[in-house]
Design a protein around this ligand. Structure first.
Ligand code: TPP
Ligand code: MG
Length: 565
């Protein structure tokens, strides 16, 4: 059929099964918004900032496992979205982001709201397109969705000049894609898998190092079985929280800069790292030359470029983890789980020596308590998003995650302002669960305009603001490494968070005691509207353990044995 470029966008989204689009209109994308007005194939959610639209699409994608979609205008609309694109790229989140561009005749003229969008998005997207003929749109959109969700997932940006959205051309979406140079390798090499299994069977102290790629590949069931049958202990990265249940006795905990003592020591003592869907990020490895020094490395990943990029892989396996873990499962009878009993005991001793814990305080609520308490009260019934800072690390350390896609946070880019809009997307994707965003007094102000989106769309996200009157994580580094010179991190001057929420039509609570917190959370869940729960927490609490930047994983600063404050 002959339709306009703008109509093609709508048709393609519907054919791709998209049910929710996050976005913000403007001049260059108006033809597409005119078609959005006329259709009822999907819901459009109007955020109040383009950055929030991308983060909402990320939250939606992470919670649902589907491709998230966002729509924005040219110039400032696009530049506002760049942080979100970079965030999605770092965390391998599948997105299709469609932006308007000035008409073809104005490109390169410094036209009104013109910016070289694909020039800017190139280093922070998996792939991008500038559409120069409406006849190309069906193919480009189909490729965009395919590239976003396959292989190592990531954001794909499609920039469409305004005249192209008005141009009439033939639309046909029922064709097979032919991508000569893009063929993700999904099946692991059987010889390599066999070698890896033999290495595991011969190892004395093997360790599963589980990463976010497992969640992207929907391979958590297979990985849970692998861990259970082999009896091999496992550590999770920040991005892999929920791959194993907190109840799994073989889960040692999170490793890395703020990982548990036992997890970091296990990684330092293992003789065989079994890395699944990981990328050896510096926040995980610490000083590379001393990372897992005595170990051979099995590295399974869908992205060949990430293998042996930072740590040499003795057993490289390129493939989709669902397949590879499945293939490994079919050979695990070679592995005798009893063999690792001494190793498990060693690790349990590490955990007993320095358990992941915190000291209570008689004066003020400790932020860690809040996270644990939400876990006790809501547990599996909640999806947990976070902003960035200390509260984020406490959420990752202390929430009892029980399933993949329960924890949604900005890992690679560490984007303050991510949490609230992401939690909106999570709630849109997963309305049956309570959507909690753990945030800080700094971060929440970076996208608090989303209160309006939440109120208008009736998306009841509960934002728990762990208010320490500081840019706490930066303050922590200043305390520890800059001789307590707290340069520009004191947030004593603050808005009234309760009134802020109320000004938009949400509800707000200020909480000083544990009893007040329980009552506020219960009330917010019952009222089922967007909420701010501001918890006044201990100001000078530090996230521990901590591997100082660039230090070795086994050299951790630890929680002081006795509270001195
Ligand atoms: C957009 C952005 N700007 C700056 C930073 C650097 N940064 C990391 S954590 C942090 C402090 C966050 O403060 P808050 O939200 O109050 O969380 P807290 O650490 O106090 O829990 C800052 C400024 C960042 N990660 N993102
Ligand atoms: Mg703070």
């Amino acid at each position: 059929m002959q339709i306009s470029g703008a109509q093609m966008v709508i048709e393609a989204l519907i054919k791709e099964g998209v049910d929710t689009v996050f976005g913000y209109p403007g001049g260059a994308i108006m033809n597409v918004y005119d078609e959005i007005y006329k259709q009822d194939g999907f819901k459009h959610i109007l955020n109040r900032h383009e950055q929030a639209s991308i983060h909402a699409a990320e939250g939606y994608a992470k919670a649902s496992g589907k491709v998230g979609v966002a729509m924005i205008t040219s110039g400032p609309g696009f530049t506002n979205a760049v942080t979100g694109l970079a965030d999605a790229y770092m965390d391998s989140i599948p997105l299709v982001v469609i932006s308007g561009q000035v008409p073809m005749s104005l490109i390169g003229t410094d036209g009104f709201q013109e910016i070289d969008a694909i020039g800017i998005s190139r280093p922070c997207t998996k792939h991008n397109y500038l559409v120069t003929d409406a006849a190309d749109l069906p193919r480009i959109l189909k490729e965009a969705f395919y590239i976003a969700r396959t292989g190592r997932p990531g954001p794909v940006h499609v920039d469409i000049p305004k005249d192209i959205t008005a141009q009439i051309a033939e639309f046909d979406y029922d064709f097979a894609l032919e991508l000569e140079t893009y063929k993700p390798h999904v099946k692991g090499n059987p010889r390599q898998i066999k070698k890896a299994i033999d290495a595991i069977a011969n190892a004395k102290r093997p360790l599963f190092y589980l990463g976010g790629g497992i969640i992207n590949a929907n391979a958590s069931d297979e990985v849970r079985k692998l861990v259970q049958i082999t009896g091999i202990p496992a550590v999770e990265t920040f991005m892999a929280r929920g791959v194993l249940s907190h109840e799994d006795a073989l889960l040692i905990g999170m490793l890395g800069m703020h990982g548990s003592y036992a997890a970091n020591m296990a990684m330092s003592e293992t003789d065989l790292v079994i890395g699944l869907g990981v990328r050896f990020d510096d926040r995980v490895t610490g000083k590379l030359s001393e990372f897992a020094k005595n170990a051979d490395v099995i590295h399974v990943d869908i992205d060949p470029a990430s293998i042996s990029k930072l740590v040499h892989a003795d057993y490289p396996i390129v493939g989709d983890l669902k397949n590879v873990a499945g293939d490994m499962l079919s050979q695990v009878d070679k592995i005798n789980s009893d063999k690792y009993e001494t190793w498990r005991d060693t690790i349990n001793n590490f955990a007993e020596l320095h358990p992941l814990t915190f000291h209570e305080d008689t004066q003020r609520i400790k932020p860690q308590w809040v996270v644990k308490r939400v876990g006790e009260l809501l547990g599996d019934d909640a999806n947990i998003s976070t902003d960035v800072g200390q509260h984020q690390m406490w959420a990752a350390q202390f929430y009892p995650f029980s399933r993949p896609r329960q924890f949604i946070s900005s890992g690679g880019l560490g984007t303050m302002g991510f949490g609230f809009p992401a939690a909106l997307g999570v709630k849109a994707a997963s309305p049956e669960k309570t959507s909690i965003n753990f945030t800080g007094d700094g971060s929440i102000l970076m996208n608090c305009q989303e209160l309006m989106t939440a109120v208008e769309q009736k998306i009841p996200v509960i934002n728990i603001i762990l208010n320490n009157n500081y840019l706490g994580m930066v303050r922590q580094w200043q305390t520890l490494f800059y001789d307590k010179r707290h340069s520009e991190t004191d947030l004593s001057v603050q808005p009234d968070f309760v009134k802020l929420s109320e000004a938009f039509g949400g509800i707000g609570y200020r909480v000083n005691t544990k009893e007040e917190f329980d009552a506020a959370l219960k009330d917010a869940v019952e009222k089922n509207v967007v909420a701010f729960i501001e918890v006044i927490v201990h100001r000078l609490e530090n996230v521990m353990p901590m591997v100082p930047s660039g230090g070795s994983l086994f050299n951790m600063m630890l929680l002081e044995k006795k509270e001195t404050k």
